[in-house]
Design a protein around this ligand. Structure first.
Ligand code: AHR
Length: 530
C-alpha cells in the first residue's frame, strides 16, 4: 500500500497547526507586596552597611593611601576621589587592620614619623613588604574624611593583652599619660573614638588555631584589659562595643563557648556581640571567574548566598539560648563573593572584578540582614577597595565604581530606618535543576516617615511586575532608581565605567493599582507616596 495519502494527511494536519493562532499567554497578575506599615519591626542599624579594609593587596596601598607626595589628588596622603565616592554611600564604619593581617599587626610599627617606621612582611597576603605608612593616625584621618566610625581589631593571635591595652590607651586617653602625649606629638591631642573593638579574628584559623575554650580564656583577658578611656564613651550607647569571635566556618563551637562564657561571666569582662564570617565562594579554593560567566554560575552563587539566611537563623538560635533578650549582636563582619583572582594578578591580593551578579548578591544579603535586624546590628562587606567584592576598583590614578557600590548607594535610605514587614509570593526562577525565589523585597520607614521599598528581580530573562499594597492606604506613586545591565556578567571597567549604573524608575497606575515593572536581573529601590 502506498504511504502517500497518509503523508498528505499528516502534511495537511501540520499546515493546520501552523495556521492555528499561537496560544495567547495570559499576562501574569502583578506580584502583590503587602507592606504591614501598622506593625513596624526593629531598627535597621546603619552599621550593617559597614565596610572592611585590610592590609591586603591594593586594599589600603593604592586604594586608599597614595602618600602625600603622590600626583594623585589627595588630602594628607588619602586619595580624594575614593573619599568622595565613599562619602556618597555614607559608610558607617570601617573594620581595620584585618582580617588575618590583624592577628600579626603590631600597632607601634604604624605610628610616628613615616621615615622611621619599620618595613615588615605581610606574610598572609602575597608575602609582600608592608611599609606601615598607613597606621593608626592615617586610619583615623581616613575615617574622619569619609565620616565613618572606627572598628579596630586587636591582635590576639600573636600579640599580648598589654600591647592591645597600650594601643587603646594611646588612642583614647584624655589624661596626660606618656602614651596620650605621644599621640598628641603625632598630631592628635584629643582622644580618638573607637566604636567597636574586635577581639581577634578567626582565632580558630589564621588567628592562632585555638580551640574554642582556649580562645574564650584569651578573649576574656583582652576584653578586660583593652579599655576605652575616651571620656565621651564611658556609658550608654556611646560606650565602645566589644565583638568576640564566633562561628568558625563549619561549626558553632566558638558561638557556643563564647555565649556560655558570657552567660556565666563575672563583672570584670563583657562583650556586646559575636562575629560571623561567611563568604559566597562556589567551592574552595575559589575558582569561579568574576567575568565571562553564564547562567550556570549565576544561579550557583545566588543559591549559595541565600544560605546566609539559614546560617544566621542557626547562630541566632544558639545565641537565643543564652541571651533571649538579644542583648548581644551578631556581627557579620566579613561577607561577600570570593572568586578566582583576576588572571595575571598576584593570587595573594584577592583581586576580582565585580559584576551585576555581585550587585544582586549584595542586595539579597542586605535584605537577609534587614530581616534579621533584631540580632544582626553590624556587618562589613569584604572588602572596601580592590579586594574581593569591592565597592571601588583603582589602578594608579584611575577609579571605577562597581555594581556593588551602586547597591550600597541605592540602600542609603535604609540606614537607621525602621524595618517594615512585607509579605509576597516570591515565585520561582528555574535554571536546569536549580530553582530559587524569583523576587525579593524589604521595606523600611525612615526618620521623616517616608516608606522605602527595595526589590530584587533575580530572573535574568523575565521582568517582574510588582504591586505594592498597604492596607487602608491608596498608593499613588513609586519613584526611585533601578540597577541592571545587558548581561548578568556585565561589569564596569576603567574604559566603560557606566555599563552597570542606576537609572530612574517609577511605577504607573493600572486599574487603580500602583504597578512597578522590574527589569530582568535588577535591583530597585523606590520611595512610596500616598
Ligand atoms: O577577607 C580575606 C580574609 O578572609 C580575612 O583576612 C580573613 O579573616 C578571612 O578568612
Amino acid at each position: 500500500m502506498s504511504r502517500k495519502p497518509a503523508l498528505i494527511k499528516l502534511a495537511a494536519a501540520l499546515a493546520l497547526v501552523a495556521a492555528a493562532p499561537a496560544p495567547v499567554r495570559q499576562p501574569e497578575a502583578p506580584i502583590a507586596v503587602s507592606i504591614d506599615a501598622a506593625h513596624p519591626g526593629p531598627p535597621i542599624e546603619r552599621d550593617i552597611f559597614g565596610q572592611f579594609a585590610e592590609h591586603l593587596g591594593a586594599g589600603i596601598y593604592g586604594g586608599i593611601w597614595v602618600g602625600r607626595d603622590s600626583p594623585i589628588p589627595n588630602v594628607r596622603g588619602i586619595r580624594s576621589d575614593v573619599v568622595a565616592a565613599l562619602r556618597a554611600i555614607h559608610v558607617p564604619n570601617v573594620r581595620w587592620p584585618g582580617g588575618c593581617f590583624g592577628d600579626e599587626y603590631h600597632w607601634r610599627n604604624g605610628i610616628g614619623p613615616a621615615a622611621q617606621r619599620p618595613v615588615t612582611l605581610n606574610s598572609n597576603w602575597g608575602g609582600v613588604t608592608e611599609p606601615n605608612a598607613f597606621g593608626t593616625e592615617e586610619y583615623m584621618d581616613f575615617l574622619g574624611q569619609i565620616g565613618a566610625d572606627a572598628y579596630v581589631s586587636v591582635n590576639i593571635g600573636s600579640g599580648t593583652p598589654r600591647e592591645a591595652a597600650e594601643w587603646f590607651e594611646y588612642m583614647t586617653s584624655a589624661q596626660p599619660t606618656t602614651l596620650a602625649k605621644e599621640r598628641a606629638a603625632n598630631g592628635h591631642p584629643t582622644p580618638y573614638r573607637v566604636k567597636y573593638l574586635g577581639l581577634g579574628n578567626e582565632n580558630w584559623g589564621c588567628g592562632g588555631a585555638m580551640s574554642a575554650d582556649h580562645y574564650v580564656e584569651e578573649m576574656k583577658r583582652f576584653a578586660h584589659f583593652t579599655r576605652d578611656f575616651n571620656p565621651a564613651q564611658q556609658s550608654g550607647d556611646a560606650a565602645m562595643k566589644r565583638i568576640a569571635v564566633g562561628w568558625d566556618a563549619g561549626s558553632s563551637d566558638y558561638t557556643e563557648a563564647v555565649m556560655k562564657a558570657w552567660h556565666d561571666k563575672v563583672w570584670s569582662w563583657d562583650i556586646d556581640g559575636i562575629s560571623l564570617h561567611s563568604y559566597t565562594v562556589g567551592g574552595w579554593p575559589p575558582h569561579l571567574p568574576s567575568t565571562g560567566f553564564g547562567e550556570d554560575d549565576y544561579v550557583k552563587l545566588l543559591k549559595e548566598t541565600l544560605g546566609m539566611d539559614g546560617l544566621l537563623a542557626r547562630q541566632t538560635a544558639v545565641m537565643d539560648r543564652y541571651d533571649p533578650q538579644k542583648k548581644l549582636m551578631l556581627a557579620v563582619d566579613e561577607w561577600g563573593a570570593w572568586l578566582a583572582p583576576n588572571p595575571g594578578s598576584n593570587p595573594g591580593f584577592l583581586q576580582q572584578q565585580n559584576s551585576l551578579r555581585d550587585a544582586i548578591l549584595a542586595a539579597l544579603n542586605l535584605d537577609i540582614f534587614i530581616r534579621h535586624a533584631d540580632r544582626v546590628r553590624l556587618a562589613n562587606v569584604a572588602q572596601m577597595i580592590n579586594v574581593l567584592q569591592a565597592m571601588i576598583l583603582t589602578d594608579g590614578p584611575k577609579m571605577v565604581l562597581t555594581p556593588t557600590y551602586h547597591v550600597y548607594r541605592l540602600y542609603v535610605p535604609f540606614q537607621g530606618a525602621t524595618a517594615i514587614p512585607v509579605r509576597f509570593d516570591a515565585g520561582t526562577y528555574r535554571h536546569g535543576d536549580a530553582s530559587l525565589p524569583r523576587v525579593d523585597a524589604v521595606a523600611a520607614r525612615d526618620a521623616s516617615g517616608t516608606l522605602w521599598l527595595a526589590l530584587t528581580n533575580v530572573d535574568p530573562d523575565q521582568p517582574a511586575e510588582i504591586a505594592p499594597e498597604i492596607a487602608g492606604v491608596r498608593l499613588r506613586a513609586a519613584t526611585g532608581e533601578v540597577l541592571t545591565a545587558p548581561r548578568v556578567d556585565s561589569v564596569n571597567s576603567f574604559a566603560a565605567p557606566e555599563t552597570v549604573a542606576p537609572k530612574p524608575i517609577s511605577g504607573t497606575m493600572r486599574g487603580g493599582r500602583l504597578v512597578l515593572t522590574l527589569p530582568p536581573k535588577s535591583v530597585t529601590v523606590v520611595r512610596l507616596q500616598q
